[in-house]
Design a protein around this ligand. Structure first.
Ligand SMILES: NC(=O)c1ccc[n+]([C@@H]2O[C@H](COP(=O)([O-])OP(=O)(O)OC[C@H]3O[C@@H](n4cnc5c(N)ncnc54)[C@H](OP(=O)(O)O)[C@@H]3O)[C@@H](O)[C@H]2O)c1
Length: 307
């Protein structure tokens, strides 16, 4: 029985070291030094090499090295009945909450304006009267922790998901109409959805046009949630007034991309909440043990649903 880490775009040495430290003697392998492939019964994947799954006949389950599973579910070699899990611990969610709260506050208190004032040696004392109303697209683990953090700032929170059910303190919406209604109500609209066939391109010209003038869009879901060309014309029209983007259709964002130079777009390099080695290693070992005991992996997703 061996665990394989197959995440060629990530620095996985520290993860392998941590797994070995936490579980001395465990057979931990890192792609491409995978040894005898038939011995591998569990894999931690992120942008795994093409064709990997068809070369692992003993694989009992796979887990994503993070919260999103879109990169695994879209793999044509993924066996249809292979259980797929994810590593989404409390620290991942609290880091996401910190990012969204910080970016919401940056927009609300207009910190970019203070940076301009400082550059001009201008003393421009002001503060907004009320906190912003925030809308969260998705009400999963990331969004629930984010909602709790925002509520501590006395910020009214709206949420949108499939079921229309969420925490008691959040005003919930569902359905296409519910999403447009929420977008029209809030000062900050945050995408915390998983990428699925239903959510790809969900932030398009129509939704952006429903936003309040000057409102802020924050995308920490996946780049493909946003129709990038639509955002540029929407910013020209003032709805939204600002966009804070952590994820992009092509990553790293190409140097020639117009987003880099746009005065009302703030870019962060897909770091809103990066998988933390210690937390991921502990969760992965727990998930592996569960699979060896015949149980589903941690955070098992429904492939047909896409999350
Ligand atoms: N930028 C970063 O650093 C970073 C870090 C971590 C995660 N992420 C992204 O955040 C995503 C969400 O993570 P999570 O752990 O919160 O996911 P999760 O726990 O699986 O929650 C997903 C939420 O999205 C809702 N949803 C899914 N499809 C929908 C649809 N078609 N219409 C309406 N609502 C829909 C679900 O609705 P129901 O509640 O009704 O099922 C659920 O509330 C990840 O998939 C990943 O893409 C990004």
């Amino acid at each position: 029985m061996a665990l394989l880490i197959a995440a060629p775009t990530r620095d996985t040495d520290e993860l392998a070291e941590t797994l070995n430290r936490l579980e001395p003697g465990a057979d931990i392998r890192v792609w491409p030094d995978a040894g005898e492939l038939s011995e591998i019964d569990f894999a931690i994947c992120w942008k795994q090499p093409e064709g990997l799954f068809s070369r692992l006949p003993g694989l009992k389950a796979v887990t994503s090295l993070g919260a999103g599973v879109d990169g695994i579910l879209k793999d044509p070699d993924l066996p249809r009945d292979l259980p797929v899990g994810r590593l989404a611990g409390p620290r991942l969610a609290s880091n996401m909450a910190a990012y969204v709260t910080a970016m919401t506050t940056l927009h609300w208190r207009d910190f970019p304006g203070f940076m301009k004032d400082q550059a001009a040696r201008r003393w421009n004392q002001w503060a907004p009267e009320h906190p912003p109303v925030v809308g969260l697209m998705g009400m999963g683990e990331m969004a629930r922790m984010t909602a709790s953090a925002l509520e501590a700032l006395d910020t009214p929170v709206h949420g949108w998901n499939r079921s229309g059910k969420g925490p008691d303190t959040v005003t919930m919406h569902s359905g296409d109409r519910g999403l447009v209604e929420m977008a029209a109500t809030v000062d900050v609209l945050v995408c915390l959805l998983p990428l699925t066939d239903q959510t790809r391109g969900i932030i398009h010209a129509g939704l952006l046009a429903a936003m309040k003038p000057g409102a802020c869009l924050i995308n920490t879901g996946r780049g493909e949630h946003l129709v990038e060309a639509d955002l540029l014309s929407a910013l020209d029209a003032g709805r939204p007034g600002r966009a804070i983007l952590d994820v992009f259709s092509t990553e790293p964002l190409p140097e020639s991309h117009p987003f880099w130079q746009h005065p009302r777009i703030l870019i962060t390099p897909h770091c809103a909440s990066i998988t933390l080695t210690e937390e991921a290693a502990r969760l992965a070992l727990e998930s592996w043990r569960r699979v060896q005991a015949g149980k589903p992996p941690l955070g098992q997703v429904e492939p047909d649903r896409g999350y």
